[in-house]
Write a protein of this length. Structure first.
Length: 335
């Protein structure tokens, strides 16, 4: 600066006094002619010196702010870890396995491979919140089958019994099913010669239709099945309980009952059963033949020889080639 003041002509003449066509040179000359900047002063120079002494790193306030943020983050992480440990301990306390583990701490300590310095005592879990009973829950109805089952503690038998009580009764069977069942029984007996199968169907009919429209027909089928199986005493018991007056096969069933009664030693009752077909020709030939021969046998046993001889003679006159003709001729001594 002092050199320029001492030689004012040589330094600025090139830019201001000499004409120039270059705009850049003219602008540079104008800038050089500007007055020098004012002094910074002692205070500004002290601030600049302080900043230069501190260096280019962050200020103390910035560093303090970083430290505060780090402390806050560490506290948040520690709180999350503590909450997770508390929830884990609470779940163990609620489960049976947790109770067992707490009751046997020595087993957990002996089986763990973690060093002693890492097994720091865990914080005590917070007590669970008290359970508040719900006031909106309806009272349990102890009259229902489910509540009765829970109260008595019974097994599957009580549950099945309750279900059977609650189950609606089946609808009454139709007459068509009764007729079909009895028809199946007759087919078993007559076409298939299966007397036992017929008896099983008759027993089912008795259970399902105790007051059905075909009860008498079912009893007749039962009698015929029993006779086929040789159970003649049981067949007589069924016939004794029936009234044969209005049955379509009353004459035939009467002769069968007379034969069963004669075998049981009830000759007088048997003679009453044989009488309708023995005295009339309105029955079928086979039935009349059986009635004549049966009544003759009963009269002979009762000592009525004249009545027995009359029945035998009538038999030979009606059935000279009948199934009992040879025995009748031998009894009458007729060649």
């Amino acid at each position: 600066m002092s050199g320029r003041d001492e030689d004012p002509v040589r330094w600025p003449v090139r830019w201001t006094d000499a004409p120039s066509d270059d705009a850049l040179e003219r602008r540079a000359g104008e800038l050089l002619n500007l007055p020098p900047p004012a002094s910074l002063g002692a205070i500004r120079r002290a601030r600049i010196a302080t900043r230069l002494a501190v260096g280019s790193g962050p200020s103390a306030w910035i560093r303090l702010r970083h430290v505060v943020v780090g402390v806050v983050v560490a506290l948040v992480v520690a709180g999350s870890v503590f909450a997770a440990v508390s929830r884990r301990d609470r779940s163990r306390a609620d489960s049976p396995a947790g109770d067992d583990a707490r009751s046997r701490p020595h087993a957990r300590a002996s089986g763990s491979s973690v060093p002693a310095r890492e097994m720091a005592p865990e914080p005590a879990p917070a007590p669970p919140p008290p359970v508040v009973p719900s006031l909106a829950a309806p009272p349990r109805d102890h009259t229902t089958p489910r509540a009765h089952h829970a109260r008595t503690g019974a097994g599957g038998a009580v549950a099945r019994q309750s279900a059977e009580v609650a189950r609606p009764s089946p609808a009454p069977a139709s007459p068509l099913s009764e007729a079909r069942l009895l028809a199946d029984a007759r087919t078993r007996l007559q076409a298939e010669h299966d007397a036992r199968g017929a008896l099983a169907l008759v027993a089912e009919h008795k259970q399902r239709f105790p007051k059905g429209a075909l009860v008498v027909e079912a009893r007749v089928t039962e009698v015929e099945s029993l006779v086929t199986l040789g159970r003649r005493a049981e067949a007589l018991a069924v016939l004794d309980a029936l009234s044969l007056d209005k049955l379509p096969r009353a004459a035939e069933l009467g002769v069968l009952r007379g034969e069963l009664r004669a075998e049981a030693g009830r000759q007088r009752d048997a003679i009453a059963d044989f009488a309708p077909c023995a005295a009339s020709a309105g029955c079928r030939p086979e039935t009349e033949e059986r009635a004549l021969y049966g009544r003759a046998s009963c009269r002979e046993r009762l000592g009525d020889r004249a009545g027995a001889r009359a029945d035998l003679e009538r038999y030979l006159a009606r059935f000279p080639q009948g199934r009992f003709a040879r025995a009748v001729r031998a009894a009458l001594a007729v060649p």
